[in-house]
Ligand binder design. Structure first.
Ligand SMILES: [Zn+2]
Length: 1114
């Protein structure tokens, strides 16, 4: 009875949706095979296809072997039932006289303790600087008319006066670059073997031939692999190129990351991994970001680069209409400022490339036909040529004057789009400079052109090879230095989504493509973070005991490093985007999965040390782990649940790890082989538990146990599972509906009408209705069709209407209740947890064509909605009728919401997907896509490798107390929404103590003195590698993020167990036992020491700030 009261209090407007689905299109695919005409060419193609198919099948087998590993772990776990037979049943069930759920009920009435000062930041109005540009305003202004601009198709005619450079000559920096994708059409390793290693080898040889030559390099994933394979002599040669400024590392991340689907945890981690590698091995500090290929750009990345100590950045893939507008306003170079920054502390100097692409035809000036003639790799006789049918000519004494005139004309026109007389011309393309001949062709011909230009003063030009930082240095001198004649640069705020490169070709498809891997990415992220933190705490803890032991610190450090790099690799703009070839996708997936397994091992090893009461009893035995990981794995292929029970004992300890920085009450689910089981705390108190069925399909089942665990922040809790002949966990009740009957299910605040899935929510007397539906988009019949990148629908979505009525299963239990509806192609579950606070749900989906989940509510949101950028900040959106449907989709990394003055409806997501609000009151999410054709962006295939994907969501309905004035570029989630998102992304991790270790005495572990403030997120506590890279050092990177949140919500009984503190953290009072030996504020990636406002005793964070500290913990 008491439990149901809790339900009343805490179960308010939060519920959970789970959707699994299968693929309609699998049938379609087979149909296509039989239809294909049987001519010779097709036979050949089919032969190649079947070879590829074999290879994919092989790789798939590899994956399924991994699944077997999980299955084996599961099988190794023990059967409680047997132990009952052995006569060990009827165990201590705790002291029932104290009431069954003592600890749970001990929680005080919950009032949200928010410091009123912490609400002021959000109340601030957005103030646009005098020379400021707000992207939302630009979108209002533009007509998106796609006018033919002449030679510069997406622009306009550029004219100039001959004498414009008489007083100040044009300064030209030609920046040679080679764009190396760490996986796309080939895997990372295959590209390295076939192209990249040769490019890097040539850099050493060819730059040393002429000290005027320059080159830039971005991807440390490739660079480090190459470095490991070269000798000391070559390494010294490379270092001298860095010292002479001929070679420059730009950005210096592990990859050039996607900026739409990537979460800021992973963006930081891959940048940190690259920078740490650079610091250890070559000692260079990147100054300039270089991002020529990500499909749209996020201000989050700009912020992270700034925090990492970079001064400049370059972006390229921006909507052609926005580029044209920026070019006409001469705002292509600007200080990119965060929407939420009231001053200028986040400003970073940004160059937006003006034209269609980063290849040579689109970088020397507005006319690709001319520019292509200055790509000397395309000289006649080579493998590539100019599509404009005018080939380049080798530069000779006879033609140099005429060629210089042509090229200078392009340089001058390009320069007219900018405010200074310094112009930057990238010179490169994908995997360029692999052969010595190409180096000679480019560098020798350009040197002749430069020599001619520079020796003719009447041309008023100074041209040279440069690195990107050479360019920015000259630009700053020209634009910013006081006393200089030229104009200063504008300030721009906002983001550059959704990208279109031409016509109505919006790149909103990749927000969802390969959602299975997008979900897997986030599973790896949460495991990596959890493992990093627990491992760092373990090392510090071991130090306190000052006693040598055989804890596998070096081996676990190796596993962590490998996981960081696999996660980093997947942030690449053809990886997490889902835009690689099938076999490349499988290569990524195998890496991700492999690392998840390894991280589980790191977590288990660390937990083993930490929960041991008598540390002297510790011994590491890799063949016989003390703790088995309880796998609850919805993401990979099948639901794999590993049991946590004991064959020879009638009870079994379960260790539960809470990777969040808040004390937490959440549901833990483990597999059991008997329904007769009870759960008690390590103090012997019974815990609410429910035994329910695990449904292999809609009607058959095995057994799982769900119980409510309370675990301290970053701590390890202990629970005991005992067999119980009677009075154990409650068994869930089930009701089935097979013939499409109607049913109305009431759950306190909710009424669910079946089969329409109409949710009625009663909150404080006001009633809201939300309908969950599925719809699908077809593909246009035009020549250009949807593919991995593009979303080109054939009009509005059609509602999904299955041929047969669904099978509906209603589960009612004391820990959770749920309604599962199984259609032919989709299964979805609405689950409500009866738990205090924020715990809840999960939505899971997969499908074909493009399947969308649509939430329809009575929220009067008009044309406005909000999506997050990289889980870091909220970007207001406006649905615009002047844009095609596909242009109104935006990336959703962690949440999207709609609101009216009284209500906000937030959809929290545990994976990145594309989302829109096409109609007032609606939120739509594209769940999966199955496309039979390529979309002509180089990939050369459709996407048909769909997998059953368990996508997770949580819905939050909150009462607002705010009227919206004029649309603002600022919006923030509520505190409850932040914490809910944290719980959704970082579930509790449970481990079973093995039989062998059962006799050891264990204790709970609570490292923090108390929860961190509600608005402070521990992004990571990441052990720093030792100088030689061989193992862990005694230092860690402490990365903290203070979240911006909106106070204007009635957060009644939200279950938040934390307060806010104006961003102050007392370092002495942070840990219960550990202490900071040192704490040094540094730049985001540890490269620079910063002058922080923080002292050793107190850390102070500004709202929205992410800060890193180099710490020593003992
Ligand atoms: Zn690329």
């Amino acid at each position: 009875m008491k439990l149901s009261r809790q339900f009343t209090v805490f179960g308010s407007a939060i519920f959970c949706v789970v959707i699994f689905s299968l693929y309609l299109m699998l049938d379609h695919l087979q149909l296509d095979h039989t239809k294909s005409p049987n001519n010779g060419g097709d036979r050949l193609q089919n032969g190649q296809l079947s070879i590829l198919q074999d290879k994919i099948d092989r790789l798939e087998r590899l994956l399924s072997e991994n699944n077997e590993i999980i299955a084996n772990i599961r099988d190794s776990v023990i059967n409680l039932k047997e132990s009952v037979k052995d006569g060990h049943g009827g165990l201590d069930r705790g002291n029932m006289s104290q009431g069954p759920y003592l600890e749970l009920l001990a929680s005080p009435p919950l009032v949200l303790p928010i410091d009123s000062q912490d609400c002021q930041f959000v109340a601030r109005e957005f103030s646009k600087p005098a020379d400021g540009v707000q992207l939302l305003d630009v979108y209002d202004l533009l007509t998106f008319d796609n006018h033919d601009g002449g030679v510069w198709k997406q622009g306009f005619d550029i004219t100039y006066q001959e004498n414009e450079w008489d007083s100040e000559p044009l300064q030209v920096f030609v920046v040679p670059h080679s764009h190396n994708d760490p996986g796309w059409l080939k895997t990372f390793d295959d590209y390295y073997r076939d192209q990249t290693q040769h490019i890097l080898n040539n850099i050493v040889v060819k730059l040393h031939e002429d000290s005027r030559r320059k080159m830039i390099w971005s991807e440390i994933s490739y660079f480090s692999k190459w470095w490991d394979n070269i000798d000391d002599q070559k390494r010294d040669a490379v270092k001298s190129l860095f010292e002479q400024g001929q070679l420059e590392i730009t950005t210096g991340g592990w990859v050039m990351p996607d900026e739409a689907n990537s979460h800021y945890f992973a963006l930081i981690d891959q940048l940190l991994e690259g920078h740490q590698w650079l610091e250890r091995n070559v000692g260079v500090k990147p100054q300039t970001g270089w991002a020529v290929d990500p499909f749209g750009h996020s201000p989050t990345q700009a912020y992270l680069l700034k925090q990492a100590g970079m001064a400049n950045m370059l972006i390229q893939r921006v909507h052609y209409s926005v580029k044209k507008h920026f070019a006409s306003q001469k705002t292509l170079e600007f200080f990119w400022r965060q929407n939420w920054d009231p001053a200028s502390s986040t400003d970073i100097l940004c160059h937006m490339m003006p034209f269609y692409s980063y290849d040579v035809p689109h970088t020397c000036g507005p006319d690709p036909k001319i520019c292509c003639q200055f790509d000397f790799k395309r000289l006649p006789g080579g493998r590539v040529s100019c599509p404009w049918r005018v080939p380049p000519q080798p530069i000779t004494d006879g033609n140099v004057q005429q060629r210089v005139q042509m090229l200078l004309d392009q340089y001058r026109k390009k320069s007219k789009l900018f405010r200074t007389k310094v112009v930057m011309v990238p010179l490169g393309d994908d995997f360029r400079y692999a052969e010595a001949l190409e180096w000679d062709q480019q560098f020798q011909n350009y040197q002749k052109l430069f020599d001619y230009m520079n020796s003719h003063p009447e041309l008023h030009v100074k041209a040279q090879f440069g690195t990107i930082t050479d360019y920015f240095t000259a630009l700053r001198k020209s634009a910013i230095d006081p006393g200089h004649a030229s104009a200063s640069l504008p300030v721009v705020s906002g983001d550059f989504f959704t990208y279109a490169d031409r016509d109505d070709h919006y790149w909103s498809g990749y927000f969802t493509s390969r959602p299975f891997y997008k979900r897997l990415d986030r599973v790896l992220e949460s495991h990596l973070r959890a493992a990093e933190i627990l491992y760092s705490l373990t090392l510090a803890n071991i130090q306190r005991f000052r006693k040598l032991n055989d804890f596998p610190a070096v081996e676990n450090n190796r596993l962590l490093t490998e996981a960081r790099r696999n996660l980093g690799l997947f942030q690449h703009h053809d990886a997490i985007t889902g835009t690689g070839k099938d076999l490349v996708v499988i290569d990524y997936g195998t890496r991700l999965f492999h690392s998840i397994l390894n991280l589980k091992q790191v977590i288990v090893n660390s937990a083993h040390w930490l929960v041991l009461k008598d540390k002297s009893a510790y011994s590491h035995n890799p063949s016989k782990f003390c703790l088995d990981m309880c796998l609850y794995f919805q993401t990979y292929q099948m639901k794999t649940l590993a049991a946590c029970t004991n064959r020879s004992f009638s009870s079994r300890s379960v260790v539960v790890y809470n990777p969040t920085e808040q004390d937490r009450t959440s549901v833990v689910t483990v597999y059991v082989n008997t329904p007769h089981v009870c759960v008690i705390t390590d103090h012997g108190h019974p815990v609410p538990a429910q035994v329910s069925a695990v449904w292999d399909n809609s009607t058959t089942a095995s057994t799982e146990l769900s119980f409510v665990a309370q675990v301290p922040a970053l701590g390890l809790g202990l629970y005991q599972l005992n067999t119980a002949v009677s009075g154990g966990a409650e068994t869930a009740e089930y009701v089935f509906l097979r013939q499409g009957g109607e049913l109305s299910v009431n759950m306190k605040h909710f009424t669910v009408n079946i089969p329409q899935d109409r949710l009625k929510l009663n909150e404080n007397g006001s009633e809201h209705q939300i309908k969950v539906e599925f719809a699908w988009y077809g593909t246009t019949s035009n020549r250009d069709k949807s593919g991995a990148y593009l979303f080109l629908p054939d009009g509005e979505a059609k509602m999904y209407s299955p041929a047969r009525p669904p099978v509906i299963r209603v589960t009612k239990g004391s820990v959770f209740s749920e309604i599962t509806t199984t259609f032919d192609h989709v299964t979805h579950t609405l689950r409500l947890y009866n738990v205090q606070g924020k715990d809840g749900n999960c939505v899971c989906v997969c499908f074909n064509h493009e399947i969308a989940m649509r939430l329809t509510s009575d929220v009067d949101s008009k044309d406005r909605f909000f999506t997050d950028l990289n889980g870091f900040q909220i970007q207001p959106r406006r649905t615009m009728a002047k844009l095609p449907l596909q242009a109104n989709f935006y990336p959703m990394t962690s949440m999207a919401y709609i609101q009216d003055p009284g209500t906000r409806l937030t959809l929290l997501t545990a994976q990145s997907l594309g989302s829109a609000s096409l109609v007032s009151g609606q939120l739509e999410v594209i769940m999966d896509r199955r496309l039979n054709q390529d979309d002509n962006r180089g990939l050369g295939q459709g996407i048909q490798d769909n997998k059953v994907t368990a996508s997770s969501f949580r819905l939050l309905l909150e009462k607002r107390a705010k009227t919206d004035g004029k649309p603002s570029p600022l919006s923030y989630p509520s505190l409850l929404s932040h914490v809910s998102s944290l719980y959704l992304n970082h579930p509790l991790i449970s481990m079973a103590v093995s039989t062998e270790a059962q006799s050891l005495s264990l204790s709970t572990f609570s490292p923090l003195a108390s929860s961190l403030p509600c608005d402070v997120h521990l992004v990571n506590l990441r052990t720093i590698q030792s100088k030689d890279g061989g193992g862990p050092s005694d230092e860690a990177a402490l990365i903290l993020h203070r979240k911006g949140f909106d106070c204007a919500f009635f957060n009644r009984n939200t279950g938040l167990l934390c307060a806010t503190t104006q961003g102050k953290i007392h370092t002495e009072k942070l840990f219960s036992e550990l202490r900071f030996q040192s704490i040094i504020p540094v730049s985001l990636t540890l490269m620079h020491t910063t002058e922080g406002g923080s002292s050793k005793e107190e850390i102070r964070l500004k709202p929205m700030e992410i800060s890193t500290y180099r710490v020593q913990l003992t």
